[in-house]
Design a protein around this ligand. Structure first.
Ligand code: GTP
Ligand code: MG
Length: 495
Protein backbone atom coordinates (compact mmCIF):
# COMPACT_ATOMS: atom_id res chain seq x y z
CA UNK A 1 0.00 0.00 0.00
CA UNK A 2 1.30 3.43 -0.90
CA UNK A 3 2.00 6.27 1.50
CA UNK A 4 -1.17 8.21 0.57
CA UNK A 5 -3.38 5.20 1.23
CA UNK A 6 -1.58 4.50 4.47
CA UNK A 7 -2.24 8.10 5.54
CA UNK A 8 -5.92 7.79 4.60
CA UNK A 9 -6.41 4.51 6.45
CA UNK A 10 -4.60 5.85 9.50
CA UNK A 11 -6.73 9.01 9.46
CA UNK A 12 -9.93 6.94 9.39
CA UNK A 13 -8.64 4.79 12.22
CA UNK A 14 -7.80 7.77 14.41
CA UNK A 15 -11.32 9.09 13.87
CA UNK A 16 -12.68 5.64 14.73
CA UNK A 17 -10.58 5.60 17.89
CA UNK A 18 -12.01 8.95 18.96
CA UNK A 19 -15.56 7.79 18.16
CA UNK A 20 -15.21 4.51 20.04
CA UNK A 21 -13.08 5.43 22.99
CA UNK A 22 -13.43 9.13 23.76
CA UNK A 23 -16.85 10.19 22.51
CA UNK A 24 -19.00 7.84 24.64
CA UNK A 25 -17.56 9.23 27.89
CA UNK A 26 -17.49 12.79 26.54
CA UNK A 27 -21.22 12.64 25.79
CA UNK A 28 -22.19 10.69 28.87
CA UNK A 29 -20.50 13.05 31.31
CA UNK A 30 -21.41 16.29 29.55
CA UNK A 31 -17.90 17.14 28.34
CA UNK A 32 -19.31 17.71 24.86
CA UNK A 33 -22.77 17.96 23.37
CA UNK A 34 -21.74 16.58 20.02
CA UNK A 35 -19.58 13.56 19.19
CA UNK A 36 -15.94 14.63 19.47
CA UNK A 37 -15.16 13.34 15.99
CA UNK A 38 -17.72 15.68 14.37
CA UNK A 39 -15.08 18.20 13.31
CA UNK A 40 -12.46 15.70 12.21
CA UNK A 41 -14.42 12.87 10.64
CA UNK A 42 -14.55 14.17 7.07
CA UNK A 43 -11.73 14.52 4.56
CA UNK A 44 -8.99 17.09 5.25
CA UNK A 45 -10.15 20.59 4.36
CA UNK A 46 -8.36 23.68 3.11
CA UNK A 47 -10.12 26.97 3.86
CA UNK A 48 -9.51 30.04 1.70
CA UNK A 49 -10.36 33.41 3.16
CA UNK A 50 -9.41 36.92 2.19
CA UNK A 51 -10.43 40.33 0.92
CA UNK A 52 -13.05 40.48 -1.81
CA UNK A 53 -11.54 40.16 -5.28
CA UNK A 54 -8.23 39.02 -3.87
CA UNK A 55 -8.38 36.16 -6.35
CA UNK A 56 -9.51 33.32 -4.08
CA UNK A 57 -11.80 31.73 -6.63
CA UNK A 58 -9.34 32.26 -9.48
CA UNK A 59 -6.56 30.57 -7.53
CA UNK A 60 -8.86 27.65 -6.75
CA UNK A 61 -9.69 27.33 -10.45
CA UNK A 62 -5.98 27.45 -11.20
CA UNK A 63 -5.27 24.54 -8.88
CA UNK A 64 -8.31 22.52 -9.96
CA UNK A 65 -7.51 23.03 -13.62
CA UNK A 66 -10.95 24.33 -14.72
CA UNK A 67 -13.40 27.20 -14.21
CA UNK A 68 -15.18 25.65 -11.26
CA UNK A 69 -15.83 28.86 -9.31
CA UNK A 70 -17.28 32.15 -10.63
CA UNK A 71 -14.86 35.03 -10.68
CA UNK A 72 -15.21 38.76 -11.29
CA UNK A 73 -13.93 42.19 -10.31
CA UNK A 74 -16.79 43.34 -8.10
CA UNK A 75 -17.53 41.34 -4.92
CA UNK A 76 -18.72 38.34 -6.90
CA UNK A 77 -19.57 35.44 -4.78
CA UNK A 78 -21.21 35.78 -1.39
CA UNK A 79 -21.41 32.06 -0.72
CA UNK A 80 -19.35 29.53 1.16
CA UNK A 81 -18.64 26.72 -1.30
CA UNK A 82 -17.26 23.37 -0.25
CA UNK A 83 -15.60 21.76 -3.26
CA UNK A 84 -14.96 18.05 -2.95
CA UNK A 85 -13.93 15.11 -5.10
CA UNK A 86 -16.16 13.07 -7.33
CA UNK A 87 -14.57 9.84 -8.40
CA UNK A 88 -17.45 8.58 -10.52
CA UNK A 89 -16.13 9.92 -13.84
CA UNK A 90 -13.42 8.29 -15.91
CA UNK A 91 -9.87 9.50 -15.27
CA UNK A 92 -9.61 11.21 -18.66
CA UNK A 93 -12.97 13.03 -18.40
CA UNK A 94 -12.92 16.81 -18.73
CA UNK A 95 -12.60 18.51 -15.33
CA UNK A 96 -16.04 19.80 -14.41
CA UNK A 97 -18.62 20.28 -11.66
CA UNK A 98 -20.40 16.94 -11.49
CA UNK A 99 -22.96 17.69 -8.81
CA UNK A 100 -24.18 20.63 -6.72
CA UNK A 101 -26.02 20.41 -3.42
CA UNK A 102 -27.53 23.20 -1.42
CA UNK A 103 -26.73 24.27 2.11
CA UNK A 104 -29.67 22.57 3.81
CA UNK A 105 -28.53 19.14 2.67
CA UNK A 106 -24.98 19.90 3.68
CA UNK A 107 -25.98 21.08 7.14
CA UNK A 108 -28.25 18.13 7.83
CA UNK A 109 -26.46 15.20 6.27
CA UNK A 110 -24.47 13.39 9.01
CA UNK A 111 -21.89 12.38 6.39
CA UNK A 112 -20.58 15.96 6.46
CA UNK A 113 -19.09 17.73 9.48
CA UNK A 114 -21.15 20.91 9.16
CA UNK A 115 -24.05 20.32 11.55
CA UNK A 116 -22.44 22.80 13.98
CA UNK A 117 -23.28 25.56 11.49
CA UNK A 118 -27.01 24.92 11.60
CA UNK A 119 -27.36 27.53 14.32
CA UNK A 120 -26.43 30.24 11.80
CA UNK A 121 -29.96 30.09 10.40
CA UNK A 122 -31.70 30.32 7.05
CA UNK A 123 -29.68 33.16 5.55
CA UNK A 124 -26.49 31.20 6.06
CA UNK A 125 -28.04 27.98 4.71
CA UNK A 126 -28.87 29.80 1.49
CA UNK A 127 -25.25 31.00 1.25
CA UNK A 128 -23.70 27.58 1.76
CA UNK A 129 -23.31 24.91 -0.90
CA UNK A 130 -21.37 21.91 -2.06
CA UNK A 131 -19.83 21.26 -5.44
CA UNK A 132 -18.43 17.94 -6.51
CA UNK A 133 -15.68 18.01 -9.05
CA UNK A 134 -13.47 15.38 -10.68
CA UNK A 135 -10.20 17.34 -10.44
CA UNK A 136 -7.38 15.01 -9.27
CA UNK A 137 -6.21 17.87 -7.05
CA UNK A 138 -9.13 17.05 -4.75
CA UNK A 139 -8.41 13.34 -4.41
CA UNK A 140 -7.46 13.54 -0.74
CA UNK A 141 -8.87 16.89 0.35
CA UNK A 142 -11.70 19.38 0.02
CA UNK A 143 -11.42 23.13 -0.55
CA UNK A 144 -13.73 25.75 0.91
CA UNK A 145 -14.10 29.03 -0.98
CA UNK A 146 -15.57 31.89 1.04
CA UNK A 147 -17.22 35.24 0.40
CA UNK A 148 -14.72 38.07 0.24
CA UNK A 149 -14.19 40.18 3.33
CA UNK A 150 -15.44 43.73 3.14
CA UNK A 151 -15.03 47.01 4.95
CA UNK A 152 -18.54 48.34 4.86
CA UNK A 153 -20.55 45.28 5.71
CA UNK A 154 -22.02 44.50 9.11
CA UNK A 155 -23.29 41.26 10.59
CA UNK A 156 -26.82 42.49 10.00
CA UNK A 157 -26.14 42.95 6.28
CA UNK A 158 -24.87 39.41 5.96
CA UNK A 159 -27.70 37.95 8.05
CA UNK A 160 -25.47 35.51 9.91
CA UNK A 161 -22.38 35.74 12.08
CA UNK A 162 -19.61 35.78 9.47
CA UNK A 163 -16.74 35.62 11.98
CA UNK A 164 -18.40 32.74 13.79
CA UNK A 165 -18.71 30.79 10.54
CA UNK A 166 -15.07 31.49 9.63
CA UNK A 167 -14.02 30.39 13.13
CA UNK A 168 -16.03 27.19 12.91
CA UNK A 169 -14.65 26.29 9.48
CA UNK A 170 -11.08 27.20 10.50
CA UNK A 171 -11.41 24.85 13.43
CA UNK A 172 -12.29 22.00 11.08
CA UNK A 173 -9.71 22.90 8.43
CA UNK A 174 -6.27 21.35 8.25
CA UNK A 175 -4.96 24.44 6.47
CA UNK A 176 -6.18 28.04 6.20
CA UNK A 177 -4.98 30.26 3.37
CA UNK A 178 -5.41 33.98 4.01
CA UNK A 179 -5.27 35.86 0.73
CA UNK A 180 -4.43 39.51 0.11
CA UNK A 181 -4.13 41.19 -3.25
CA UNK A 182 -1.60 43.73 -4.36
CA UNK A 183 -4.27 46.50 -4.41
CA UNK A 184 -5.43 46.05 -0.84
CA UNK A 185 -2.29 45.02 1.01
CA UNK A 186 -3.51 47.29 3.79
CA UNK A 187 -6.09 44.97 5.26
CA UNK A 188 -9.82 45.56 5.39
CA UNK A 189 -11.77 45.57 8.63
CA UNK A 190 -13.27 42.08 8.40
CA UNK A 191 -9.85 40.62 7.55
CA UNK A 192 -8.34 42.41 10.54
CA UNK A 193 -10.92 40.93 12.88
CA UNK A 194 -10.60 37.47 11.34
CA UNK A 195 -6.86 37.32 11.79
CA UNK A 196 -6.63 39.08 15.10
CA UNK A 197 -9.47 37.35 16.91
CA UNK A 198 -11.22 34.60 14.98
CA UNK A 199 -8.29 32.63 13.58
CA UNK A 200 -6.15 32.91 16.67
CA UNK A 201 -8.96 31.39 18.73
CA UNK A 202 -9.94 28.70 16.22
CA UNK A 203 -6.71 27.33 14.87
CA UNK A 204 -2.94 27.24 15.27
CA UNK A 205 -0.27 29.42 13.69
CA UNK A 206 1.27 26.51 11.83
CA UNK A 207 -2.00 25.88 10.01
CA UNK A 208 -2.18 29.37 8.51
CA UNK A 209 -0.47 30.46 5.31
CA UNK A 210 -0.56 34.12 4.26
CA UNK A 211 -0.63 34.70 0.52
CA UNK A 212 -0.03 37.90 -1.41
CA UNK A 213 -1.91 37.23 -4.63
CA UNK A 214 -2.27 39.04 -7.99
CA UNK A 215 1.38 40.08 -7.88
CA UNK A 216 1.41 40.31 -11.69
CA UNK A 217 -0.44 43.59 -11.28
CA UNK A 218 2.46 45.36 -9.62
CA UNK A 219 3.87 47.83 -12.10
CA UNK A 220 7.51 47.05 -11.32
CA UNK A 221 9.70 45.06 -8.99
CA UNK A 222 9.96 48.16 -6.77
CA UNK A 223 6.21 48.37 -6.62
CA UNK A 224 6.05 44.70 -5.60
CA UNK A 225 8.57 45.32 -2.80
CA UNK A 226 6.52 48.25 -1.54
CA UNK A 227 3.32 46.21 -1.53
CA UNK A 228 5.08 43.32 0.19
CA UNK A 229 6.53 45.66 2.81
CA UNK A 230 3.12 47.20 3.48
CA UNK A 231 1.55 43.79 3.96
CA UNK A 232 4.36 42.66 6.30
CA UNK A 233 3.92 45.79 8.37
CA UNK A 234 0.15 45.38 8.55
CA UNK A 235 0.36 41.72 9.44
CA UNK A 236 2.88 42.24 12.21
CA UNK A 237 0.59 44.96 13.62
CA UNK A 238 -2.40 42.63 13.49
CA UNK A 239 -0.79 39.49 14.80
CA UNK A 240 1.23 41.38 17.40
CA UNK A 241 4.21 39.19 16.52
CA UNK A 242 7.71 40.58 16.20
CA UNK A 243 8.69 38.07 13.54
CA UNK A 244 7.05 38.52 10.17
CA UNK A 245 4.94 35.53 9.17
CA UNK A 246 5.94 33.76 5.97
CA UNK A 247 4.04 35.23 3.03
CA UNK A 248 3.77 33.44 -0.31
CA UNK A 249 3.75 35.63 -3.41
CA UNK A 250 1.70 34.36 -6.29
CA UNK A 251 -0.82 35.05 -9.04
CA UNK A 252 -3.20 33.12 -11.27
CA UNK A 253 -1.83 33.08 -14.82
CA UNK A 254 -5.22 32.23 -16.28
CA UNK A 255 -6.88 35.23 -14.62
CA UNK A 256 -4.07 37.68 -15.22
CA UNK A 257 -4.46 38.52 -18.92
CA UNK A 258 -8.21 38.96 -18.52
CA UNK A 259 -7.83 41.81 -16.05
CA UNK A 260 -4.95 43.66 -17.64
CA UNK A 261 -6.35 43.16 -21.12
CA UNK A 262 -4.75 40.70 -23.49
CA UNK A 263 -3.27 43.45 -25.67
CA UNK A 264 -1.77 45.48 -22.81
CA UNK A 265 -0.59 42.49 -20.85
CA UNK A 266 3.13 42.29 -20.44
CA UNK A 267 4.54 39.71 -18.15
CA UNK A 268 6.60 41.48 -15.52
CA UNK A 269 10.19 40.31 -15.60
CA UNK A 270 10.21 39.33 -11.90
CA UNK A 271 7.32 36.88 -12.29
CA UNK A 272 9.30 33.88 -13.58
CA UNK A 273 11.44 34.12 -10.44
CA UNK A 274 8.36 33.70 -8.28
CA UNK A 275 6.68 30.84 -10.15
CA UNK A 276 8.13 28.41 -7.60
CA UNK A 277 6.05 30.10 -4.88
CA UNK A 278 2.80 28.89 -6.44
CA UNK A 279 4.35 25.45 -6.72
CA UNK A 280 5.27 25.59 -3.00
CA UNK A 281 1.73 26.65 -2.22
CA UNK A 282 0.33 23.78 -4.29
CA UNK A 283 2.60 21.35 -2.43
CA UNK A 284 1.61 22.79 0.95
CA UNK A 285 -2.06 22.31 0.06
CA UNK A 286 -1.52 18.76 -1.18
CA UNK A 287 0.41 18.03 2.01
CA UNK A 288 -2.65 18.88 4.13
CA UNK A 289 -3.70 15.23 4.67
CA UNK A 290 -0.28 14.42 6.13
CA UNK A 291 -0.19 17.56 8.25
CA UNK A 292 -3.68 16.83 9.42
CA UNK A 293 -2.49 13.47 10.70
CA UNK A 294 -0.21 15.36 13.11
CA UNK A 295 -3.21 17.43 14.18
CA UNK A 296 -5.32 14.34 14.67
CA UNK A 297 -2.59 12.67 16.72
CA UNK A 298 -2.40 15.69 19.00
CA UNK A 299 -6.21 15.94 18.99
CA UNK A 300 -6.41 12.46 20.55
CA UNK A 301 -3.78 13.33 23.15
CA UNK A 302 -5.14 16.76 24.03
CA UNK A 303 -8.81 15.77 24.08
CA UNK A 304 -7.94 12.59 25.99
CA UNK A 305 -6.01 14.61 28.57
CA UNK A 306 -8.78 17.17 28.94
CA UNK A 307 -11.53 14.61 29.16
CA UNK A 308 -9.60 12.69 31.80
CA UNK A 309 -9.01 15.90 33.75
CA UNK A 310 -12.69 16.78 33.46
CA UNK A 311 -13.81 13.37 34.70
CA UNK A 312 -11.26 13.44 37.51
CA UNK A 313 -12.76 16.72 38.71
CA UNK A 314 -16.28 15.25 38.60
CA UNK A 315 -15.04 12.21 40.45
CA UNK A 316 -13.36 14.40 43.09
CA UNK A 317 -16.62 16.32 43.46
CA UNK A 318 -18.59 13.12 43.96
CA UNK A 319 -16.02 11.85 46.44
CA UNK A 320 -16.12 15.08 48.45
CA UNK A 321 -19.90 15.10 48.37
CA UNK A 322 -20.05 11.51 49.59
CA UNK A 323 -17.77 12.30 52.54
CA UNK A 324 -19.71 15.45 53.32
CA UNK A 325 -23.02 13.58 53.17
CA UNK A 326 -21.71 10.80 55.42
CA UNK A 327 -20.42 13.30 58.01
CA UNK A 328 -23.66 15.23 58.06
CA UNK A 329 -25.80 12.10 58.32
CA UNK A 330 -23.60 10.91 61.18
CA UNK A 331 -24.06 14.28 62.88
CA UNK A 332 -27.81 13.93 62.26
CA UNK A 333 -27.83 10.47 63.87
CA UNK A 334 -25.91 11.73 66.92
CA UNK A 335 -28.10 14.81 67.36
CA UNK A 336 -31.25 12.69 66.86
CA UNK A 337 -29.98 10.27 69.51
CA UNK A 338 -29.43 13.20 71.82
CA UNK A 339 -32.88 14.51 71.02
CA UNK A 340 -34.37 11.07 71.79
CA UNK A 341 -32.55 11.03 75.13
CA UNK A 342 -33.89 14.50 75.97
CA UNK A 343 -37.42 13.34 75.08
CA UNK A 344 -37.03 10.28 77.35
CA UNK A 345 -35.69 12.49 80.11
CA UNK A 346 -38.69 14.83 79.74
CA UNK A 347 -41.03 11.87 80.17
CA UNK A 348 -39.13 10.99 83.36
CA UNK A 349 -39.36 14.60 84.54
CA UNK A 350 -43.14 14.47 84.03
CA UNK A 351 -43.07 11.80 86.77
CA UNK A 352 -43.76 8.75 84.55
CA UNK A 353 -40.94 6.31 85.37
CA UNK A 354 -42.13 3.72 82.84
CA UNK A 355 -39.18 2.23 80.94
CA UNK A 356 -41.27 1.18 77.93
CA UNK A 357 -42.88 4.59 77.63
CA UNK A 358 -39.50 6.28 78.03
CA UNK A 359 -37.96 4.02 75.38
CA UNK A 360 -40.83 4.67 72.95
CA UNK A 361 -40.62 8.41 73.56
CA UNK A 362 -36.86 8.32 72.90
CA UNK A 363 -37.40 6.33 69.66
CA UNK A 364 -40.20 8.56 68.39
CA UNK A 365 -38.28 11.73 69.35
CA UNK A 366 -35.11 10.53 67.61
CA UNK A 367 -37.03 9.41 64.50
CA UNK A 368 -38.97 12.69 64.21
CA UNK A 369 -35.78 14.67 64.61
CA UNK A 370 -33.96 12.52 62.06
CA UNK A 371 -36.77 13.03 59.53
CA UNK A 372 -36.56 16.77 60.16
CA UNK A 373 -32.76 16.66 59.84
CA UNK A 374 -32.79 14.76 56.56
CA UNK A 375 -35.57 16.73 54.92
CA UNK A 376 -34.52 20.22 56.02
CA UNK A 377 -31.06 20.50 57.55
CA UNK A 378 -29.29 17.93 55.39
CA UNK A 379 -30.80 19.32 52.19
CA UNK A 380 -29.78 22.87 53.04
CA UNK A 381 -26.28 21.85 53.93
CA UNK A 382 -25.87 19.89 50.73
CA UNK A 383 -27.11 22.84 48.69
CA UNK A 384 -24.61 25.09 50.50
CA UNK A 385 -21.85 22.54 49.85
CA UNK A 386 -22.79 22.37 46.15
CA UNK A 387 -22.66 26.16 45.95
CA UNK A 388 -19.38 26.32 47.85
CA UNK A 389 -17.69 23.90 45.44
CA UNK A 390 -18.91 25.84 42.43
CA UNK A 391 -17.41 29.06 43.74
CA UNK A 392 -14.21 27.24 44.74
CA UNK A 393 -14.02 25.04 41.67
CA UNK A 394 -10.21 24.90 41.76
CA UNK A 395 -10.37 22.77 44.91
CA UNK A 396 -11.44 19.87 42.67
CA UNK A 397 -8.01 19.35 41.16
CA UNK A 398 -4.27 19.58 41.59
CA UNK A 399 -2.44 21.40 38.81
CA UNK A 400 1.11 20.34 39.45
CA UNK A 401 2.60 21.22 36.05
CA UNK A 402 1.96 23.37 32.98
CA UNK A 403 0.21 20.58 31.03
CA UNK A 404 -2.24 20.09 33.88
CA UNK A 405 -2.68 23.85 34.19
CA UNK A 406 -3.52 24.08 30.49
CA UNK A 407 -5.98 21.22 30.53
CA UNK A 408 -7.66 22.55 33.69
CA UNK A 409 -7.92 25.97 32.07
CA UNK A 410 -9.69 24.30 29.14
CA UNK A 411 -12.19 22.32 31.23
CA UNK A 412 -12.76 24.42 34.35
CA UNK A 413 -15.84 26.22 32.99
CA UNK A 414 -17.23 22.97 31.60
CA UNK A 415 -16.97 21.38 35.05
CA UNK A 416 -18.65 24.36 36.67
CA UNK A 417 -21.47 24.33 34.13
CA UNK A 418 -21.95 20.61 34.49
CA UNK A 419 -22.17 20.88 38.29
CA UNK A 420 -24.53 23.84 38.05
CA UNK A 421 -26.88 21.73 35.93
CA UNK A 422 -27.32 19.21 38.74
CA UNK A 423 -27.25 15.50 39.23
CA UNK A 424 -25.85 14.01 36.04
CA UNK A 425 -27.51 10.58 36.22
CA UNK A 426 -24.46 8.42 36.93
CA UNK A 427 -22.89 6.91 40.02
CA UNK A 428 -19.44 7.48 41.45
CA UNK A 429 -18.70 3.83 40.82
CA UNK A 430 -19.54 4.15 37.11
CA UNK A 431 -17.57 7.35 36.81
CA UNK A 432 -14.46 5.80 38.34
CA UNK A 433 -14.73 2.70 36.20
CA UNK A 434 -15.14 4.74 32.99
CA UNK A 435 -12.26 6.98 34.02
CA UNK A 436 -9.96 4.00 34.55
CA UNK A 437 -10.93 2.59 31.14
CA UNK A 438 -10.45 5.96 29.48
CA UNK A 439 -6.99 6.41 31.00
CA UNK A 440 -5.89 3.04 29.75
CA UNK A 441 -7.42 3.48 26.27
CA UNK A 442 -6.03 6.99 25.78
CA UNK A 443 -2.54 5.86 26.74
CA UNK A 444 -2.77 2.88 24.40
CA UNK A 445 -4.21 4.97 21.53
CA UNK A 446 -1.55 7.71 21.91
CA UNK A 447 1.22 5.14 21.94
CA UNK A 448 -0.07 3.31 18.87
CA UNK A 449 -0.74 6.53 16.96
CA UNK A 450 2.78 7.75 17.69
CA UNK A 451 4.24 4.50 16.35
CA UNK A 452 2.09 4.71 13.22
CA UNK A 453 3.12 8.35 12.70
CA UNK A 454 6.74 7.23 12.90
CA UNK A 455 5.94 4.77 10.13
CA UNK A 456 4.47 7.59 7.96
CA UNK A 457 7.55 9.77 8.50
CA UNK A 458 9.82 6.90 7.44
CA UNK A 459 7.90 6.22 4.21
CA UNK A 460 8.90 7.95 1.02
CA UNK A 461 6.23 8.91 -1.55
CA UNK A 462 6.49 5.86 -3.77
CA UNK A 463 7.40 3.30 -1.14
CA UNK A 464 5.04 0.47 -0.35
CA UNK A 465 3.94 0.42 3.29
CA UNK A 466 3.86 -2.96 4.91
CA UNK A 467 1.17 -3.12 7.58
CA UNK A 468 -1.82 -4.98 8.90
CA UNK A 469 -5.35 -3.63 9.00
CA UNK A 470 -6.30 -2.20 11.41
CA UNK A 471 -3.12 -0.20 11.85
CA UNK A 472 -4.18 0.65 15.40
CA UNK A 473 -4.91 -2.48 17.38
CA UNK A 474 -7.07 -0.44 19.76
CA UNK A 475 -9.73 -0.49 17.04
CA UNK A 476 -10.08 -4.23 17.49
CA UNK A 477 -11.73 -3.39 20.80
CA UNK A 478 -14.73 -1.95 19.08
CA UNK A 479 -16.93 -1.04 22.01
CA UNK A 480 -15.68 0.47 25.25
CA UNK A 481 -16.06 -1.93 28.13
CA UNK A 482 -18.46 -0.55 30.70
CA UNK A 483 -20.47 1.58 28.28
CA UNK A 484 -22.62 -1.26 27.06
CA UNK A 485 -25.37 -1.67 24.49
CA UNK A 486 -28.01 -0.05 26.66
CA UNK A 487 -25.94 3.09 26.75
CA UNK A 488 -25.75 3.33 22.98
CA UNK A 489 -29.44 2.59 22.60
CA UNK A 490 -30.60 5.03 25.22
CA UNK A 491 -28.33 7.87 24.35
CA UNK A 492 -29.71 10.70 22.27
CA UNK A 493 -27.29 12.91 20.40
CA UNK A 494 -27.95 16.51 21.28
CA UNK A 495 -26.57 18.26 18.23
N1 GTP B 1 -4.16 40.21 -12.93
C1 GTP B 1 -4.71 39.30 -12.12
N2 GTP B 1 -6.03 39.29 -11.96
C2 GTP B 1 -6.58 38.35 -11.15
C3 GTP B 1 -5.79 37.40 -10.46
N3 GTP B 1 -6.59 36.60 -9.73
C4 GTP B 1 -7.84 37.05 -9.95
N4 GTP B 1 -7.84 38.08 -10.80
C5 GTP B 1 -8.99 38.83 -11.26
O1 GTP B 1 -9.53 39.50 -10.15
C6 GTP B 1 -10.94 39.46 -10.14
C7 GTP B 1 -11.43 38.85 -8.84
O2 GTP B 1 -11.04 37.50 -8.80
P1 GTP B 1 -11.86 36.41 -7.98
O3 GTP B 1 -11.13 35.14 -8.15
O4 GTP B 1 -13.29 36.47 -8.35
O5 GTP B 1 -11.66 36.98 -6.52
P2 GTP B 1 -12.35 36.47 -5.17
O6 GTP B 1 -11.37 36.69 -4.10
O7 GTP B 1 -12.87 35.11 -5.36
O8 GTP B 1 -13.53 37.53 -5.07
P3 GTP B 1 -14.88 37.43 -4.19
O9 GTP B 1 -15.39 36.04 -4.35
O10 GTP B 1 -15.76 38.47 -4.77
O11 GTP B 1 -14.45 37.73 -2.81
C8 GTP B 1 -11.35 38.69 -11.37
O12 GTP B 1 -11.68 39.59 -12.39
C9 GTP B 1 -10.11 37.92 -11.76
O13 GTP B 1 -10.03 37.70 -13.15
C10 GTP B 1 -4.37 37.45 -10.66
O14 GTP B 1 -3.60 36.69 -10.10
N5 GTP B 1 -3.90 38.43 -11.48
MG1 MG C 1 -14.79 34.31 -5.14
Amino acid sequence: MHRENYINVLREEIVETVANHLTPSALKYGYSEIPLETNIKWRPMVLLIGNYSSGKSSLINEFLGAEIQDTGQAPTDDSFTVITYDETLADDAKIQVTEERDGKVLLNDPEYPFSTLRKQGQRFASHFRLKKCNSPFLKDLAIIDTPGMLDSITERDRGYDYQDVIGDLAQKAGLVLVLFDAHKAGTVREAYKSIRETLSAATFEDRIIFVLNRIDECTSFNDLLRVYGTLCWNLSQITGRKDIPMIRLTYSPNAAPKTVGAAGFRKAEYLPLLENQREDLRRAILDTPRRQLDHLASFVEVQGERLIHYMEALSEYREKRRKFRFQKILTGVLVSGLFGAVTAFSVLMLGIPDMILMGSAAGVGAAVFMIFWMSVVQKRQEAAFHQHIQTNIDTLTDVEDQTRKDSWEAVRELVRKHLAKGKGGYSLFELRRDLAILRQRTAQASQEIREAMGEVAALSDDEEADFDIPILSINEISKPVGLGDAYYENFRYTI
